[in-house]
Write a protein that binds this ligand. Structure first.
Ligand code: GN1
Ligand code: MG
Length: 354
């Protein structure tokens, strides 16, 4: 459904137009911002009467996702498949607009609304190994339940999204075009990144090894993308925008990247960066319990998968720093550099520990 209206300019006006398109009574709902992500904004639309459905409202960042309709296509295919084959599973379901569409375009904004699953919560930090275990199980079950789904039916929502080789080429290009001041500030971190060629070379061979299986992967396994019940048992995974064909390094590796360290990727407390061994084990165990088809080769390279994703994120933050912060929102000038340092520090900690 598409609305073109130059009079819709503020967020408030936008929300009102969204509610109208979905036939949700505006006076009955309250909007809370719930996202902690860098790319998308997510809101909870809470029914004030206590009787009706709550909703999740999310925009699609069209600078990052060039074809929002591809995301819509993927999510619809996946939800239909899961509903048909696992009707007992709970999953976020897309709500239809009054024109029976699941993607709403208002001017240049793309929005979708999902039914909220009652009595679920999200977490922004991984406070315990058991939470890591539960989250790993949720991502594993998601991919496992899609094992007979045709991965090639999915559209590629971001080309080369987790290609470490491509990310390192982007870094080289950014370095070539960067200003002297940023190049200088980045120098010692770039040297550390340059020492990690082995990880890049390993990643290039993954698609050619039989023991690395191509599956439906989520590609964004941070803890806030899991819904938990009130007892902190995982219910389902959310944010399916980057669900694409992929390899286990993406999901297992990104869980290592975002769960094992006690401080966040944007923290400047570099001394506090270390690997919580019990969390690492929980990610391993939780995942293999939910996904019986993990191969011996994949298990053997569990840590390498973490190395790939941590290096990739360091490179992506560094690239953005050298590009004068075009991709990741920043609150101060050196933030992307600090994030890149944070990630390379975590990579070293993981490598020393294993
Ligand atoms: C972005 O917006 P968010 O936090 O869900 C990024 C991920 C990065 C992450 C780093 C589409 O995800 O790949 O790992 O930031 N998503 C996209 O915080 O680029
Ligand atoms: Mg995301």
């Amino acid at each position: 459904m598409k609305i073109s209206d130059p009079n819709i300019s503020s967020t408030d006006q936008l929300i009102i137009a969204v509610l109208r398109a979905y036939d949700i009574p505006a006076d009955q709902y309250k909007l809370h911002s719930i996202d902690v992500g860098l790319i998308n904004q997510t809101y909870l639309l809470q029914d004030q009467s206590g009787k009706e459905q709550h909703y999740i409202l999310q925009n699609i960042n069209a600078n990052v996702f060039e074809h929002p309709e591809d995301i819509d296509h993927n999510i619809r295919l996946i939800s239909e498949y899961l509903q048909q084959h696992y009707p007992q599973d709970k999953n976020l379901l897309l709500k239809f607009t009054i024109e029976k569409s699941t993607l709403l375009q208002i001017n240049d904004r793309f929005i979708r609304v999902f039914d909220y699953i009652s009595n679920t919560v999200t977490h922004n930090t991984v406070a315990s190994a058991s939470l890591a275990f539960e989250a790993a199980g949720a991502f594993a079950r998601f991919s496992h339940h899609l094992k007979d789904f045709d991965v090639n039916a999915l559209r590629i929502t971001i080309p080369d999204f987790h290609s470490l080789h491509y990310r390192s080429q982007q870094l080289e290009k950014a370095y070539g075009e960067a200003n002297e001041e940023r190049k200088k500030a980045a120098h010692s971190t770039l040297q550390k990144i340059a020492q990690q060629k082995r990880v890049i070379e390993f990643s290039i061979n993954i698609p050619f090894e039989e023991g690395f299986i191509r599956r439906v992967m989520h590609h964004d396994t941070k803890i806030s993308n899991v819904l938990f019940d009130r007892e902190d048992k995982s219910v389902c995974v959310i944010d399916l925008d980057t669900v694409m064909p992929g390899y286990l390094f993406s999901d297992w590796g990104d869980m290592i990247r975002t769960y094992v360290c006690p401080v966040h990727e944007s923290s400047q407390e570099f001394d506090a960066i270390h690997v919580r061994k019990d969390f690492l084990e929980a990610i391993f165990e939780g995942y293999i319990q939910g996904m019986p088809s993990v191969t011996a080769l994949e298990k053997e390279h569990f840590i390498t998968f973490g190395e790939i994703m941590i290096l990739m994120q360091s490179i992506r933050f560094m690239t953005d720093y050298l590009n004068n912060d075009q991709y990741y929102p920043t609150e101060y000038a050196e933030q992307n550099l600090h994030r890149a340092i944070n990630q390379i520090t975590l990579l070293k900690a993981l490598q020393e520990k294993n």
